[in-house]
Design a binder for this molecule. Structure first.
Ligand code: ADP
Ligand code: MG
Length: 678
């Protein structure tokens, strides 16, 4: 069971930090208790019963008695499952807030924490009572209590430990040594304040959090300096390049586009590989900038590869670039998984022979037998959909090509510092001119008819609309069915006079392409879709985005979807349709209605859902943090980053630096995997 959680060694157990602490120093007999206090009592179950309240909910009540012969009631709503657990005769430790129960006239405690004590292990009980007790998350069937015992034994047998953190840092911050920090993390010394512990602000906790960030940032910095030392291509920015860019541009670039192109061009001209992240909100015009960068490469007789996470997005990019480059005579190709084998083979040959200037593709581009004669620039769209390893695989198809990573998912600063710490960052913080802000509103699903009649009105005025259904976790088929059903319903019942199209992930790419083109060309009024249209789709005449079951989407995802409209001059609308919402749900929808700032929305999403779910996939390259929390510990992260960079630049001694590098390459790398970083 432990292995299932990645806990293989004693050290792994020591790294398994409690997620909270409970102050059980206040152990009292029941007779000593006063209402209002938090207390721990040790008592025996004398009787227990379950009553049904108002039909459905069961209230479970147990009576406890201790040596003082006084009675305490424990109460649990939905506590039916306790019937077989809290049986008469059982000795338990209870912890909770003591109240006076006017109904029975006895003292009571609602939903107390409890631990079952075996009758003869009073020494063991000393570990679980009368002290500040760590609460570790249960692992499989291993309860917090057993975890505590296990970890206690490991701590007991722990002698001194080599301390990996440089002594200068330990001294500067007044941190305890490694072994002490680990012991105190799990079993805080008496006198610690439980509130400080629960804020993870004790010296021991702070040291371990700092340390985790410190190694991570050392890793990031090393990668950064390593790529910086490699020789790269020094592209020539001559007049012909400028001329060609000017010929290609369909409109005047925004100030932000000009600025980031300058940053990119300077990187490309420098004789080391570019590693740049291009961030820009949906619709800010990143693709145009990517096209400019591609021209620099092609005019220098290099090839360009652009990889996108979905076929739809890849084919959009392909059509967009093909159109832009038609004046320049560039050969542009599209390589996706659904391409017939013969065609793919032919394209691969042409790429390997250097006859294709710009190749756009999906994961299919990463296949082993794809090669280029002279790959000079690799562009990766929506990086968070790809793993770091995939970025490296693409880079390996050239000799140190320049790399441009694009993302429209605004990433909170603290996250990007850990995820993309080895990338330089350019930001497009300005939308192309003439865009009207999108009006966002929230509608309850029982008023859906009003939404449909609004939609009808907009279509009558010549605009087009999207209707999006959520991707149901693990089941593309189920969400496809939902979308299909709604498509039928909308076509047959709601809008029999309109032309409606359906798009979902299970369609062949030819069919997808046909539907997309029909929508783009205005032959379809409404496009019903699962989230496949989330990224990159560009149809300026579409002015209405209706998102059904909006509560099931991440905020950043909603923001991406909303970005599909508001691309033309018309006033656009985004309507979020939801069922009944809970507190967090309301706050999330409110955030969407109130804000159009992708960065603010990302921060809120991150706060409301936590870093783990922010990206949703393991592939995202989220570094594993055991104790540190990127939200809670932002200040320590900044500090650790400064210290890591400072240490590597000016180590106290060469020997000390060597020791740190060895630790990073050895134990740390094994545990965290440097490849996961950045
Ligand atoms: P992103 O990839 O950043 O979401 P796109 O590159 O798809 O954005 O651009 C969105 C839309 O804006 C496209 O239709 C594009 O042609 C248009 N666009 C880009 N740059 C400009 C500009 N400087 N002026 C006017 N329209 C622009
Ligand atoms: Mg884009």
């Amino acid at each position: 069971m432990l292995e299932g959680k990645g806990l293989f060694t004693a050290e792994d157990l020591l790294g398994y930090a409690p997620f909270r602490y409970e102050d059980r120093t206040n152990v009292k007999s029941i007779a000593q208790l006063a209402p209002g206090e938090m207390a721990t009592v040790i008592a025996e179950v004398t009787s227990a019963k379950s009553t049904k309240l108002r039909g459905r909910m069961a209230l479970f009540e147990a009576r406890f008695m201790d040596a003082s012969r006084s009675v305490l009631l424990g109460k649990w709503f939905h506590g039916d499952y306790l019937k077989t657990i809290l049986v008469p005769g059982l000795r338990v430790a209870l912890f909770g807030k003591i109240e006076f129960d006017s109904f029975s006239g006895a003292l009571s405690v609602m939903h107390p924490e409890f631990e079952i004590l075996s009758s003869d292990d009073d020494t063991e009980a000393a570990l679980h009572l009368g002290r500040i007790v760590p609460i570790h998350e249960a692992v499989g069937k291993i309860t917090p209590r057993v975890m505590r015992t296990l970890i206690y034994r490991v701590c007991e047998s722990l002698g001194g430990l080599a301390d990996p953190l440089p002594a200068v840092l330990r001294e500067r911050f007044g941190f305890p040594d490694y072994a002490t920090a680990l012991r105190h993390l799990h079993f805080p010394p008496s006198g610690e304040d439980v509130r400080v512990l629960n804020a993870f602000r004790s010296r021991a906790q702070q040291r371990l959090i700092f340390e985790e960030f410190f190694w991570l940032q050392c890793g990031v910095q090393l990668r950064r300096s390593k790529t910086r030392l490699e020789p790269g291509i020094a592209f020539d920015l001559n007049d012909r390049v400028r001329e060609q860019i000017k010929r290609m541009l369909p409109f005047k670039p925004t100030g932000a586009q000009k600025r980031v192109l300058k940053e990119i061009a300077e990187d490309m001209a420098a004789p080391r590989p570019m590693n740049r992240l291009l961030q820009g909100d949906v619709g800010s015009g990143k693709t145009l900038v990517a096209a400019e960068a591609a021209i620099i490469a092609v005019e220098n007789h290099y090839q360009v590869a652009l990889i996108a996470p979905t076929e739809i997005l890849a084919s959009q990019h392909y059509l967009y670039l093909k159109n832009l480059f038609s004046k320049l005579g560039y050969v542009v190709a599209l390589v996706t998984g659904s391409l017939p084998a013969r065609d793919k083979q032919k394209l691969k040959q042409l790429m390997a022979a250097g006859l294709i200037h710009v190749t756009v593709g999906t994961h299919a581009l990463l296949e082993e037998d794809v090669s280029f004669q002279r790959l000079g620039l690799a562009i990766i769209d929506e990086q968070h959909r790809f793993g770091v390893m995939q970025r490296l695989r693409l880079m390996e198809k050239g000799v140190t090509p320049d790399v441009l990573v694009m993302t429209a998912t605004p990433i909170p600063r603290t996250l990007s510092m850990t995820l993309y710490g080895d990338l330089d960052v350019s930001v497009i913080d300005e939308l192309p001119p003439g865009r009207k802000p999108i009006r966002t509103s929230h509608v309850n699903e029982d008023r859906i008819e009003q939404v449909w009649s609004f939609l009808k009105g907009e279509i009558a005025r010549g605009y087009q609309a999207y209707v999006v259904y959520p991707l149901i976790e693990e089941s593309e088929t189920a969400s496809m069915k939902a979308a299909e059903k709604m498509y039928r319903h909308l076509q047959d019942v709601v809008f029999p006079d309109l032309r409606i199209g359906l798009l979902h992930g299970r369609m062949s790419s030819d069919d997808k392409e046909t539907v997309m083109q029909a929508f783009k060309g205005g032959d379809l009024h409404v496009l019903v879709s699962t989230t496949v249209i989330e990224v990159g789709v560009d149809v300026p005449n579409a002015s209405v985005m209706i998102i059904e079951q909006a509560e099931r989407f991440g905020l950043s995802q909603l923001h991406q979807l909303r970005g599909r409209v508001g691309r033309g001059a018309a006033q656009s609308h985004c309507i979020l349709v939801t069922g009944k919402l809970n507190e967090t749900g309301r706050e999330r929808i409110r955030t969407m209605v109130d804000s159009s700032d992708g960065f603010y929305i990302a921060e809120m999403d991150f706060k409301l859902r936590g870093p783990g779910e922010f990206f949703g996939t393991k592939q995202s390259g989220m570094p594993l943090l055991r104790i540190a929390n990127m939200l809670r510990d932002q200040e320590l992260l900044m500090e650790a980053r400064r210290e890591a960079f400072g240490f590597l630049e000016e180590p106290p001694s060469e020997g000390e630096k060597e020791r740190v590098l060895e630790y990073l390459r050895g134990p740390w790398l094994q545990r965290y995997g440097l490849a996961r970083v950045g």
